[in-house]
Design a protein around this ligand. Structure first.
Ligand code: NAP
Ligand code: GCO
Length: 264
């Protein structure tokens, strides 16, 4: 049974994985035997990421690449195939959020979020799928969100992107399942990373940020998620243990989606 969860010798590309959720997923993949490849926009962040992986005993391969740039992504995948090997596992993790009330958001700001959070997963998956077909197998994991299911004030672009990413996940599963490619999503709940740091900042009087208290009241687990909480679910979806799981969004949210919320 344990072998089903092994990633021994598999090459995993995790986008935007110098830190945060991507880093935690790559760390879990490495512990399961995978060879780690990651990218980031800036060399200094790639270098920081490489140092962090090394400190964790992981010999990762880091590349500079903006996932919204199709030519750069195609060049990245070709370079990885030449220097490391064909990508067996793709995690579309890179993402941004802009918390702006919709009517104050410019079309350009909206497009920027859609570009990274939805267009880029399409671009990177499209670059990886042909070699996965040739190889006879592949795993694609798209990092979705609570906002693939729910909306809230100020995150219209992000919710639109993550809702679209849920359906892109299902469509890749539908279109390429016949080639033994499984495409699934992970929908993290509220995870303590730099992306959510503004929502957890202590108030001047030392009290919790109102949103922090709100999330704790909406999460049965009564805590923010840790990026490492996503490692096991990601290994499952990247391994042979999930070969008949396809088009599924696995929510790793401490129970938020199941819970009406604690009575104030
Ligand atoms: P994060 O701390 O902001 O990290 C995002 C990573 O993506 C960074 O390394 C960032 O690099 C990279 N990135 C952004 N734009 C990129 C681009 N154009 N090309 C290449 N890399 C790019 O975010 P996180 O919290 O770890 O979230 C990771 C993923 O999980 C995102 O898709 C996010 O939407 C999703 N998610 C997060 C939560 C949460 O609560 N944290 C919950 C659900 C889903 P730079 O530093 O260079 O910008
Ligand atoms: C927000 C948060 C969320 C989380 C995550 C929840 O502003 O509501 O950033 O969007 O990042 O996506 O699953």
């Amino acid at each position: 049974m344990n072998n089903q969860f092994s990633l021994e010798g598999k090459i995993a590309l995790v986008t935007g994985a110098s830190y945060g959720i991507g880093y935690a997923i790559a760390k879990a993949f490495a512990a399961a035997g995978a060879i780690i490849v990651f990218n980031d926009i800036k060399q200094e962040l790639v270098d920081k990421g490489l140092a962090a992986y090394e400190a964790d005993g992981i010999k990762a391969h880091g590349y500079v690449c903006d996932v919204t740039d199709e030519a750069a992504v195609n060049a990245l995948v070709a370079q990885v195939e030449k220097e490391v090997g064909i990508i067996d596992i793709l995690v579309n993790n890179a993402g941004i959020i802009k918390r702006i009330p919709m009517c104050d958001m410019t079309a350009e700001q909206f497009r920027q979020v859609i570009d990274v959070d939805l267009n880029a997963p399409f671009i990177v998956a499209k670059a990886c799928i042909p070699a996965m077909i040739k190889k006879g197998h592949g795993k694609i994991i798209n990092i979705c969100s609570m906002m693939s299911e729910l909306g809230r004030e100020t995150v219209s672009a992000y919710a639109a992107a993550k809702g679209g990413l849920k359906m892109l996940t299902r469509n890749i599963a539908s279109e390429y399942g016949a080639y033994n490619i499984q495409c699934n999503g992970i929908g993290p709940g509220y995870i303590a990373t730099p992306q959510t740091a503004p929502l957890r900042e202590r108030q001047p009087d030392g009290s919790r940020h109102p949103f922090d208290s709100f999330i704790l009241s909406k999460t049965p687990a009564g805590r923010w998620g840790d990026a490492d909480d996503l490692g096991g679910p990601a290994v499952f979806l990247a391994s042979d243990a999930s070969n008949f799981v396809n088009g599924h969004i696995l929510y790793v949210d401490g129970g938020i989606l199941a819970y009406i919320g604690k009575q104030p």
